[in-house]
Design a protein around this ligand. Structure first.
Ligand SMILES: *[C@@H]1O[C@H](CO)[C@@H](O)[C@H](O)[C@H]1NC(C)=O
Ligand SMILES: *[C@@H]1O[C@H](CO)[C@@H](O)[C@H](O)[C@H]1NC(C)=O
Ligand SMILES: *[C@@H]1O[C@H](CO)[C@@H](O)[C@H](O)[C@H]1NC(C)=O
Ligand SMILES: *[C@@H]1O[C@H](CO)[C@@H](O)[C@H](O)[C@H]1NC(C)=O
Ligand SMILES: *[C@@H]1O[C@H](CO)[C@@H](O)[C@H](O)[C@H]1NC(C)=O
Ligand SMILES: *[C@@H]1O[C@H](CO)[C@@H](O)[C@H](O)[C@H]1NC(C)=O
Ligand SMILES: *[C@@H]1O[C@H](CO)[C@@H](O)[C@H](O)[C@H]1NC(C)=O
Length: 438
């Protein structure tokens, strides 16, 4: 039998090589994706940059943990050859639970097409909503092995909502929209999980610094922080609850909230139970009450009676440590002199606050780094705000209380894993190594 010729061998091995390269690019399955999250010093909003469109543009968006979708300003400067409006009655429209079809009477452009379905778009900072076209465009994002960012991956038809420029009101300067991570099928975690076939799980780790980035992971851990701490280990888990009544600025009757609720059963300050009216801690039939987690509230907000009970207990426990109360500094109601306040690895040495969950052994302990805000050289304020007597949600756990804690939202199992302060483990949310290895 004649041996195959050299050119044939070369050609076939080249072909194999070529096929391998192609299939590698095509079938590269990231295990997780990663985005940096910065903190805006003037608004205290948390921002992330999304690479969208053709040619690619990096747009700054406000991270909205309970938000329904990615929405961006399409009126100004939206220029992309890969934008596609979502056709009425398409599967994209049903995935987005579209509320209707729109007509547009000016020249066609992103955000203005006929036969396109519309969705409600919510600016959860200004509490304003409008409807806008649903569309899709290319989105690129870095994959990760959990340690550093790796190969960039692309979604060709990432669904988002087109907003008018006026909806940007109240967002940090330069922001062009909001990145919704909420409980919908078109939120960022849901789309990435379905596009790349990984678990419907994401994690957020907000930096307390306005000069170094925190991180958002889509997919399961590891989530590694220098020096080699995997924050996906040793998490404490609590059940996630659904509020059956939407908490959005505008919604269709019958819609559930897309925000993440947990069940705080009681609160302790330094091992003493705080008296709280229990009914406020449950979500009632009209969707009032309960506890949610929010990245659009800079500080935790509590219904008046809860706020009073917690702050009274905190003042009492602080006095027992000879910490002196001083005049309030807006927006805070309770402030102290820094005199007699020691310092610890987890911030100022003040009484700790426990949000007690499923049982006495499952609690979220808030230490000084997450409770005290330094407002001047010699004054520290308790970073909790009075939410009034009839708020929609009794306790809204805000950004300051989340910083340097890793929170993992495991949606398939409807549970939240939280790390408690990473400062205990001698790392911070700003310690993800963003130097790409790709
Ligand atoms: C959009 O991009 C095209 C091609 O790059 C360019 O010719 C056009 O001027 C751009 N339009 C706007 C409004 O930026
Ligand atoms: C939508 O259709 C109407 C007529 O039915 C037309 O006047 C209008 O220009 C169209 N709009 C776009 C954006 O194509
Ligand atoms: C999301 O999609 C799944 C299946 O595709 C469906 O069961 C679920 O009801 C949808 N969720 C929402 C909030 O629409
Ligand atoms: C995905 O979720 C399933 C079910 O919860 C779990 O068994 C599996 O380990 C998860 N995969 C990864 C990569 O974590
Ligand atoms: C909360 O306080 C109660 C009453 O003082 C105590 O029995 C309980 O152990 C405390 N729980 C925690 C988690 O500290
Ligand atoms: C508080 O101050 C008093 C009087 O100065 C002192 O006796 C007490 O030991 C101090 N307590 C603490 C906890 O430092
Ligand atoms: C961060 O990652 C880069 C690229 O993977 C690596 O070269 C570098 O050593 C890492 N930095 C640290 C401090 O581990």
């Amino acid at each position: 039998m004649a041996a195959p010729s050299l050119p044939f061998l070369l050609a076939s091995s080249l072909l194999v090589l070529l096929l391998a390269t192609l299939s590698n690019a095509k079938h590269f399955h990231p295990r997780a994706l990663v985005l940096p999250v910065s903190k805006d010093a003037s608004t205290l909003q948390y921002l992330t940059r999304i690479n969208q469109r053709t040619p690619l543009v990096s747009i700054s968006t406000v991270v909205d943990l309970g938000g329904q979708s990615l929405w961006v300003d399409c009126d100004q400067g939206y220029n992309s050859s890969t934008y596609r409006p979502a056709r009425c009655h398409s599967s994209q429209c049903s995935l987005a639970k579209s509320t209707g079809c729109s007509q547009c009477y000016s020249a066609p452009k992103p955000g203005c097409h006929n036969n396109t379905c519309g969705v409600i778009i919510d600016n959860t900072i200004a509490h304003t909503a409008t409807t806008g076209d649903l569309g899709s465009d290319k989105v690129s994002i870095q994959s990760t092995d959990g340690s550093t960012p790796g190969q960039v991956v692309t979604v060709s038809h990432f669904l988002f909502a087109c907003a008018p420029t006026s909806l940007l009101e109240g967002l940090a300067s330069g922001s062009k929209g909001m990145a919704g991570l909420g409980r919908t099928n078109i939120s960022l975690p849901s789309q990435f999980a379905s596009d790349f076939h990984f678990n419907k799980t994401f994690a957020i780790c907000l930096s307390s610094s306005t000069s170094s980035n925190g991180v958002l992971f889509f997919g399961s851990g590891p989530y590694k922080f220098l020096q080699n701490t995997d924050a996906s280990t040793n998490l404490i888990y609590t059940k996630l609850y659904i509020n059956p009544v939407s908490t959005a600025s505008a919604y269709t009757s019958g819609d559930a909230s897309t925000e993440y609720f947990i069940k705080v059963n009681s609160i302790n300050v330094s091992n003493e139970a705080v008296p709280i009216k229990k009914s406020l801690l449950s979500i009632n039939r009209n969707g009032y009450g309960g506890t949610k987690i929010s990245t659009v509230n800079p500080y935790t907000v509590m219904e008046t009676s809860i706020y009073k009970a917690v702050t009274e207990a905190f003042v009492k426990a602080s006095e027992a440590r000879n910490i002196t109360r001083v005049g309030a500094v807006s927006p805070f109601g309770v402030c102290f002199s820094t005199q007699n306040v020691g310092s610890t690895r987890v911030g100022p040495a003040v009484p700790w606050i426990d949000l007690i969950l499923e049982s006495q052994s499952v609690f979220w302990r808030i230490f000084g780094a997450n409770s005290m805000v330094q407002v001047s050289n010699d004054v520290l304020c308790l970073g909790f705000l009075d939410g009034g007597s009839k708020p929609r949600t009794s306790i809204v756990i805000g950004g300051y209380q989340l910083e340097d804690n890793l929170l993992q939202f495991d949606l398939a199992n409807s549970r939240l894993g939280f790390s408690s302060s990473l400062l205990f483990r001698q790392t911070t949310c700003a310690n993800f190594n963003f130097t790409s290895s790709a």
